[in-house]
Write a protein that binds this ligand. Sequence first.
Ligand code: TMP
Length: 255
Amino acid sequence: MLRQPRQKDDADGAVFPGYPEGGCRLRRPRQKNDADGAGVVHGVPAIMSRVLGGYFITLEGPEGSGKTTQAHRLEARLREAGVPVLYTREPGGTQIGDRIRQMLLDPGSCGLDAHAEFLLYAAGRAQHMAEKITPALDRGLTVISDRFMDASIAYQNYGRGLDKDALRGINAFATHKRIPDLTVILMIPVAEGLKRAINTPKEGHVTGVGDRIEQETIEFHQRVADGYRALAAAEPDRFVTIDAAVPLAELTDTI
Ligand code: TMP
């Protein structure tokens, strides 16, 4: 429980001097997949991993492109090949980020202002970066993130029309200017992907109804897909675009 510092008018009249060492009172148990936990290091000696540095891969795409399935398959293949790897996602990836995710995707948040929406994604990203991605990369892990900063350009700039330079500036602030080494965009025709996304059961999501973003208009989702195409064209060295409208196994092999 978070204890409240005592106030001046508490019963004994004393002013609480503050916690001597400051910081948060609420300790959460370590999770199996924490970047600093034993679960993800897989025997990489700390000194080696510091020398090697990690490789940062992100997967992006419009709704229903199968990113999450492919991210997990890529994770499994790398692990089989002996590469120490961490799977994570945005929004989410940390306990705080998962709370933000819930707020963002709940259709009950339908009055959310577009600027506020972006800032919530960016806040989750800052926490994700500090708590999970940077420590994992520093230890030499390959990090696979299911969505990251480019999603904000596709959804909040191309989709919502927010100013691209402002978003880029805040993204850079949230990520301490770290960008992915490789970004794979899985492309699928928008209507087909949306139908798939809305009908695929997942947590915090009513099957057949979709989450707050999936419930946007088809024109919005079309602009998002155009945004991803534009991002890939502008930075061909970082982005690889793959046609995701093919059988799952074929797509896995391509990736
Ligand atoms: P997903 O986990 O199913 O991809 O859901 C995340 C949703 O959030 C998806 O609709 C894309 C959206 N999103 C943004 O609008 N901006 C962002 O910065 C990120 C990371 C995701």
